[in-house]
Design a protein around this ligand. Structure first.
Ligand SMILES: Nc1ncnc2c1ncn2[C@@H]1O[C@H](COP(=O)(O)OP(=O)(O)OP(=O)(O)O)[C@@H](O)[C@H]1O
Ligand SMILES: [Mg+2]
Length: 255
């Protein structure tokens, strides 16, 4: 795929097809999606339930494999990697935030944040971790356990952990799905700040137009196809687009 933009892509999929199962019971979750996620930007993936958002994220992040098509993180083709190299790539170059915070209950906030670095056997970059702690506003909670934090605070720990290893790209699947609107807003503001202040890349799956409005750009999926992209999104514009998606067939074709 050629592209006219000069922005480097942090992650991309080309002609991505994902079929779950086989034969009559097979589900075509991705039906030929080509999309790039530009470096240094915050991109949201939206679409109706079952449109393939999580599948796209999992395949782009190397958590799952495509049936056909290619997925790249930076210049690395994921399909060319064996399991060991894929595991290393996920550990060293990708961060994850999920709806369930997935913190280790026996570790402190600080230990949870540096866990990926400890697992990688490196000491990490102390200044970077320090700056992250301030970005997520957890300075006074570093020695607490997750159970002593609110849901919003726990998700902020998960966000800091995702960025700890300076990954090329952080993927988040419904990161505010378990939070009330105020805590959710804080986590979204934080993701946006992490992108703008530290030049990182975030790709976030959400079904919430208010959440999507925090992104620089929104890509829309319907029935496993990319149907639209929107820059400078507002919650109202995203909501209008979603309403239209629920009633019209996907446009298909190249984006
Ligand atoms: N492991 C699986 N096995 C079989 N089918 C699956 C599997 N995972 C997803 N699917 C199907 O693939 C399609 C896309 O699912 P996906 O989870 O990507 O949708 P989504 O857009 O993330 O939806 P939601 O907003 O509800 O989370 C759906 O029809 C779903 O039922
Ligand atoms: Mg999903």
């Amino acid at each position: 795929m050629t592209t006219t933009t000069t922005v480097r892509s942090a992650a991309r999929v080309t002609d991505a097809v994902k079929v779950y199962g086989t034969g009559d019971t097979g589900v075509r979750a991705l039906d030929g999606v080509s999309v790039d996620f530009p470096a240094g930007r915050f991109t949201a993936i939206m679409g109706p339930s079952g449109s393939g958002k999580s599948t796209l994220m999992h395949c782009a992040a190397g958590l799952d494999t495509l049936t056909s098509g290619t997925a790249h993180i930076g210049d690395t083709a994921l399909g060319a990697l064996d399991d060991r190299r894929l595991t290393l790539l996920r550990r060293d170059r990708v961060g994850f935030v999920f709806q369930a915070f997935n913190l280790v209950p026996t570790l402190t906030v600080e230990e949870n944040i540096t866990l990926p670095l400890d697992l990688a056997g490196g000491k990490g970059d102390r200044e970077w971790i320090d700056a992250l702690v301030d970005v997520v506003g957890l300075r006074d909670r570093l020695h607490h356990r997750p159970s002593e934090l609110s849901g919003g605070q726990q998700q902020r720990v998960a966000v800091a952990r995702a960025f700890a290893g300076r990954p090329d790209v952080v993927f988040a699947d419904e990161p505010t799905g378990n939070l009330d609107s105020r805590s959710g807003g804080e986590v979204l503001g934080l993701l946006g700040r992490a992108v703008r202040q530290t030049s990182r890349t975030v790709v976030m799956v959400t079904h919430d137009p208010v959440a999507a409005a925090h992104a620089d750009e929104v890509v829309f999926l319907a029935d496993g196809r990319l149907v639209d992209r929107m820059t400078a999104p507002t919650a109202d514009k995203v909501l209008d687009r979603m309403k239209a998606l629920d009633t019209t067939a996907p446009l298909g074709g190249p984006s």
